[in-house]
Design a protein around this ligand. Structure first.
Ligand code: PLP
Length: 265
């Protein structure tokens, strides 16, 4: 039987954060909080905390494929969230696996650089990542990542963000979630942009906290988890954004680390 399960089985393919705020650790919490059954395949082991990245260890690529096959040989996957991919070799393994085992929902967070400024994707791997974009249903770049994908300078206003999102959605024939979290000011809107250029905006308020570590990871995992449970991307984004906003609102209740703390527990 290939029925979608009432509880969607969601796989995160991403890097780790031993302090629990970002990457796979954030994804697992987000998937559970949004009604999914969470699974994880590790692309890279990252020695990091709320203050920054210290070292990255990438296990042998055949072992990455073993992890992916171990899941898909046994479990029917309803949705995948792809996060940190690290380098070209990892992108190629994930891309090959997806070609054979693509689940109904693929959300790709084009992770490039952490808030701390540390690179999470080799500069040389940017073109390989671009080649993967069209295989996703939805991509969730933050403003700096969107600018890289659009070959433009980082936008400094919402209209420019939407313009870049339209360009990327059309070029890669993929839905783009444009995120206004890096804007200045009182608002933090997001927008869903279709490959045809239709824009649906989701207003949002800015919440003042420095505890935003792992926000993008949590958001993309929530989107992958909610999509099999909702009629379309609009409902999915609305609900995921509400959940994320609530998590950020409660983030100051957590006292984890001395840097940018995590948003959820
Ligand atoms: N660590 C990993 C493994 C990630 O995948 C990501 C982002 O997607 C981050 C860290 C980034 O965390 P931050 O929200 O602090 O930029």
């Amino acid at each position: 039987m290939t029925q979608p399960a009432a509880i969607p089985r969601v796989l995160s393919i991403a890097g780790t954060d031993p302090t629990g705020g970002a990457g796979i650790h954030a994804d697992l919490k987000s998937i559970g909080a949004n009604g999914g059954y969470s699974m994880a395949v590790v692309t890279a082991l990252v020695a990091q905390n709320t203050q920054g990245v210290r070292a990255i260890h990438i296990p042998p690529l055949p072992f990455l494929r073993e992890q992916l096959d171990a899941v898909s040989d046994d479990v029917q996957i309803d949705a995948v969230k792809i996060g940190m991919l690290g380098n070209t070799g990892i992108i190629e393994v994930v891309s090959d696996w997806l070609a054979a085992h693509r689940p109904p929902v693929v959300v790709l967070d084009p992770v490039m650089v952490a808030t701390s400024g540390d690179r999470l994707l080799d500069a040389a791997a940017e073109s390989a990542l671009r080649a993967l974009l069209h295989t996703a249903d939805l991509i969730t770049p933050n403003m700096p990542e969107l600018a890289v994908l659009a070959n433009a300078a980082e936008a400094d206003n919402w209209a420019a963000v939407l313009q870049q999102a339209r360009q990327v959605a059309a070029q890669y024939q993929v839905h783009v979630l444009a995120k206004g979290g890096h804007l200045q000011g009182a608002h933090a809107p997001d927008a869903l942009v279709t490959p045809a250029g239709t824009v649906t905006e989701f207003p949002g308020e800015r919440i003042h906290t420095r505890n935003t570590h792992g926000t993008g990871c949590s958001y993309s995992a929530a989107l992958a988890t909610l999509r099999p449970q909702r009629a379309g991307w609009e409902d999915t984004v609305r609900e995921a954004k509400n959940w994320l906003t609530d998590s950020i609102r409660h983030a100051d209740a957590l006292h984890v680390g001395h840097g940018n703390g995590p948003i959820s527990h």
